[in-house]
Design a protein around this ligand. Sequence first.
Ligand code: ITT
Length: 198
Amino acid sequence: MRPRASEVFFLTRNVNKFEEASAILGGFGINVLMMPEERLEIQSDDLCEISKFSSLRASRAHGVPLIAEDAGLFVDSLGGFPGPYSSYAFRTIGVRGLLKLLDGVSERGAEFRSAVSFCAPGADPLCFLGSVRGEISKEARGSNGFGFDPIFVPEGGGGRTFAEMTTEEKNKYSHRAKALEKFARWFKEEWAPPSKCR
Ligand code: ITT
């Protein structure tokens, strides 16, 4: 299947990520199609390298243009941990484990980062970065979103965690929204689909 010029596949198995992306890209007139496959990942400290590799492999395998995203939570007082290992950290120590690591720590600054890579067959992948500064709360709050949303309080968000916001509100601040907006502008203005995907 070949997407139309205003359509793009999103290689992700994370339904929350997909819903956030649909709302953002929909605002630019870009329709997103979910490709719910496991993303092949290399081990790297660089989110762009990881998402570029994922998008390249999947685009070549399926012969379609697509985006893939690698995201992570970087906690200042933990030297940036879990960063690129956020998925593993979430599955193992989880939100409670991260709060425990910060027990008694007053320096609670943190940053969410997102690297969205776009790759079309026959072309090199391109990466778009987004980030949001904030703090790790003292306790988990809210039931929306996913992952570390219940403990991340974005700057300018009135003290609420991402999990206390609707998707629409989270999209005003989030790392993913910023990366996807950069991608969307480039996609609308610069990208022309090849007449035939190789
Ligand atoms: P795909 O690889 O299928 O896209 P994933 O959830 O595994 O989905 P990532 O590897 O990019 O995606 O995400 C790493 C982890 O970072 C993720 O499991 C969450 O725990 C956390 N994370 C990333 N973005 C987040 C966000 O917006 N809100 C909360 N946690 C987030």
